[in-house]
Ligand binder design. Structure first.
Ligand SMILES: Cc1ncc(COP(=O)(O)O)c(C=O)c1O
Length: 360
């Protein structure tokens, strides 16, 4: 069976080379006579796998020793509460920017613990553009400023890193991590669910500046306390070992492609050609302000919603999978993360061209 082009927003397509390597190593990891899935997380072998993955991730993302790199569980959503529990310290208020569904979820959860100040909202423009930072009403006494660099569902992505002064900047990088270079030193904390650009679900990667550790509220569950996780090299309990191993294979693959700079070039090319095609064809539309269009998630609508089912059926038949938009917004969405080859985008454009010609 040949592999399809899978445009799912997450869990998302993984590099074929990584899956093949995992297949080869499945029954016997390097002469140990067992799968990584069956190894003790305390074994020398697994500790080496874990340390190598962290080292490669630090190198790829440019994470200095000023930061702890944590491999946690519970997905990005669990960070929505872990962050306020750990970072509020003796403060009561936190700043949030509302740019779509994922920001809203982060805000709703933070409200359980903090006075949330929504410094700016894209709700007024239907989440199609990012409010200029000059209009944000930030609080210099906030414990942190949280934002969502890429809204996976809306397809809205910042083209700038907000300035937050002395207030630690916190970012949900779930759907854009490692897709282009980023100056990590501007951030207090970065988190990302793994299942888009890193590996299988179940794992969430956190970069936290070390001076922000040790401030967790006393009611913070142990498993959510960054200090505890950092002190125990993310092995306070049994970590998601197989996801961690696969993430490590993805990091090696990324390095072999030329790292995030090379990925940025390819990702920019893939996104540009898809948006150019959509803009140049009357049958398709994307509502996002061109300045803030996501490189990773490209939502689009057909001129006639009544043709959605037929479009998806035809796409499936060609091995172009999971193009249905999120249930909250409808339409279509093509997620084109690092592991989506350019040939996948070309095949999608080819299909969209033919569909518009025949049914438009
Ligand atoms: C930007 C963003 N944040 C958070 C999440 C939630 O991630 P998880 O399902 O790992 O909790 C997602 C999932 O798609 C996401 O795209």
């Amino acid at each position: 069976m040949s592999r399809a082009f899978n445009f799912c927003a997450g869990p998302a397509t993984l590099p074929e080379a990584v899956l093949k390597q995992a297949q080869e190593e499945m029954l016997d990891w390097r002469g140990t006579g067992m799968s990584v899935m069956e190894m003790s997380h305390r074994s020398d072998e697994f500790v080496e796998i874990a340390e190598t993955a962290e080292k490669d991730l630090r190198e790829l993302a440019g994470v200095s020793d000023d930061y702890a790199v944590l491999f946690m569980q519970g997905g990005a959503s669990s960070q929505f509460s872990t962050i306020p529990l750990n970072l509020l310290g003796d403060k009561t208020s936190a700043d949030y920017v509302n740019t779509g569904i994922w920001s809203k979820k982060a805000i709703a959860e933070a409200k359980r613990y903090a006075d949330v100040n929504v410094v700016a909202s894209a709700e007024d423009n239907g989440f199609t553009s990012i409010p200029e930072q000059s209009s944000w009403r930030t609080n210099p006494d906030a414990a942190y400023l949280h934002y969502t660099p890429n809204e996976t569902i809306g397809g809205l992505e910042y083209d700038f890193v907000p300035e937050s002064g002395d207030v630690p900047l916190v970012a949900d990088l779930s759907s854009t991590i490692l897709s282009r270079p980023l100056d990590v030193s501007k951030f207090g904390l970065i988190y990302a669910g793994a299942q888009k650009n890193i590996g299988p679900s179940g794992l969430v990667v956190v970069f936290v500046r070390k001076d922000l550790l040790g401030k967790a509220r006393k009611e913070t569950p142990t498993m959510m306390n960054y200090q505890v996780i950092a002190d125990n090299d993310s092995m306070y309990n049994t970590p998601a070992t197989y996801s961690w191993y696969l993430a490590g294979l993805v990091f090696k693959w990324l390095k072999a492609q030329g790292g995030v700079e090379a990925m940025a070039e390819i990702n920019s090319r893939k996104a540009t050609k898809l948006y150019d095609f959509i803009d140049g064809n009357d049958f398709y539309a994307n509502p996002i302000d061109p300045r803030f269009r996501s490189w990773m998630n490209v939502p689009f609508t057909l001129a006639d919603d009544g043709l959605n089912g037929e479009f998806l059926k035809g796409a499936d038949a060609r091995g172009l999978l999971n193009l249905k938009g999120h249930r909250s917004v409808g339409g279509m969405r093509a997620s084109i993360y690092n592991a989506m080859p350019e040939a996948g985008v070309d095949a999608l454009i080819q299909y969209m061209t033919e569909f518009a010609r025949e049914r438009g």
